[in-house]
Design a protein. Sequence first.
Length: 332
Amino acid sequence: MSLAPVRGQPPRDLEAPRGLARGWYVAERSARVGGRPRATVVAGTEVVVWRAGDGAAVVMDRFCPHQGAALELGRVVDGALRCAFHHWRFDGEGTCVAAPATRRVPRGASARVHPSWEGLGYVWTWVGSAVPEYPPPDFPHLERSARSGRRYRFAFETNATARRVLENGFDLPHFPVVHGIAGDLRLTWDAEEDKHTIGARIITDSITLPPPLDRAPGLGRLCLHLRSTPSYQVLTFELDDRPMAHELLAVTPTAEGATTMHGWTVMPRTGGLLGSAPAFWAYRLQHWWGTRADLRIYRDAEETDGSVNTSDDEGVLRFRQFHRGWTGRVTE
Ligand code: FES
Ligand SMILES: [Fe+2]
């Protein structure tokens, strides 16, 4: 397994909150990270995100290890984060490099830095174990779209758990009911690629879509290809075996009962109706509408143990089994 370069190694394991999978989560949008540290919460842990002197983003515990001042009140000076209370400075590895009021930097003075990676417009951080166990997302469509595609970024807030959001695409029987996608839907599993990915295709040969997509002529075979890790997933929608849209969905729990769905949708600018501007806007509207429909269900839903089910629930149950394998502590 090859891992992208990751900054920071925490001095001790970061335990994922109960039920949360070990994985990569979005800490902040890249464009928001600059000279001023920004406070945020990832999986219940309060952090600050800032840029070190070499331009790399740093995800660090929010409170100064000296006397606990909130570090977003400080600023970046000479490439290190300076606390506003007594002007101790911490570099991108969390090491205290200056403590002006004392003759020498106290031994062991360091701020906890979380493993992080920057890409796809976000600063990501690894949660759940001391060392990342799988790579951050690979989504080459975004870079390509800058030259030859249409794209949009999205962010939705929900009170659902990350797992419930990620399993939704595998929930075959909800598509006709919640999204109005009717047809002979069936689910086939991908051959297993690696331990951290589960993949499936949801296919129908005779599709009926909700308005305004139902007006598009020539709709035939629809395939939704899902490839999910325990913390993010990549979805591809194909019509008649032609890719219509690629989506990156990153699901970040913040506080208890609060989850943010960050992501990108990219549509290849191909010839014909599918690559046209009206198709882009129709797709975007349908995405917004469909997500709102899911969020409405999530809002008042309760957790069940999954013991009451039918064979159509296989997608969700199998995803849950996969996800469960990534929760809890790692024993090394
Ligand atoms: S509390 Fe941060 S330097 Fe003292
Ligand atoms: Fe859905």
